[in-house]
Design a protein. Structure first.
Length: 161
C-alpha cells in the first residue's frame, strides 16, 4: 500500500475516533457502563480508577486491526495505527494534561489547551450520569475557544501595561 493511502487511512481513523469516543462517552459511559465511569466523576482513593478499563475497550479493536492487518498486509494495520494514535493522544490530553495524573505539560498556555481543559471541567461539574455536557476530548464547543482567546488577550494586555 502506498504511503499516501496509508497516511490518509491513519488520519481519517484518528479523526473518526473523536466521534466514536464522544458517542461512547455520552451513551455508554454515561449510560449502561456508568458503573465503570462513576469513579471518574466521584473520585475514590487510589491512582487507578475502574474507568481505566475503557482503555481495553479501545485497545482491543486497535490490536485486532494491527494483528489481522499484519497477517493479511492490508488496510486494517493502518486503521489500528489510527486508533492507537488517538489512544495515545487521549492518554496525553485527558490523563496527563487535564487530570494531571502525571506531572507533565503543567505550563501549557495555548488557548486550545485552555479550551479543552475548561470544557472538561464543565463536564465534571456533573457528578452523576445525567445532565452531562462536553463529551468530546479534542473537539469542544466553540465558546470555550472564544473564552480562552479572550483570557489570553487579557493576560497579554495586563503584562504589556
Amino acid at each position: 500500500m502506498e504511503i499516501l493511502t496509508a497516511s490518509l487511512i491513519v488520519v481519517c481513523t484518528f479523526l473518526t475516533m473523536e466521534g466514536v469516543a464522544w458517542a461512547a462517552h455520552k451513551y455508554l459511559m454515561h449510560g449502561a457502563m456508568w458503573y465503570f465511569h462513576r469513579d471518574h466523576h466521584q473520585h475514590e482513593p487510589g491512582f487507578f480508577e475502574k474507568n481505566d478499563a475503557f482503555f481495553l475497550i479501545f485497545a482491543v479493536p486497535s490490536a485486532w486491526c494491527f494483528i489481522t492487518g499484519s497477517i493479511h498486509a492490508d488496510f486494517r494495520f493502518w486503521i489500528g495505527t489510527g486508533i492507537a494514535a488517538y489512544g495515545f493522544c487521549y492518554f496525553l490530553v485527558h490523563d496527563v494534561f487535564i487530570h494531571r495524573r502525571f506531572n507533565w505539560f503543567r505550563n501549557a498556555k495555548h488557548p486550545y489547551f485552555a479550551a479543552i481543559r475548561k470544557a472538561h471541567k464543565v463536564h465534571h461539574k456533573h457528578l452523576n450520569k445525567e445532565d452531562g455536557e462536553c463529551f468530546g476530548m479534542l473537539w469542544v464547543p466553540l465558546r470555550f475557544f472564544k473564552e480562552a482567546r479572550k483570557a489570553q488577550a487579557a493576560r497579554t494586555q495586563k503584562q504589556a501595561a
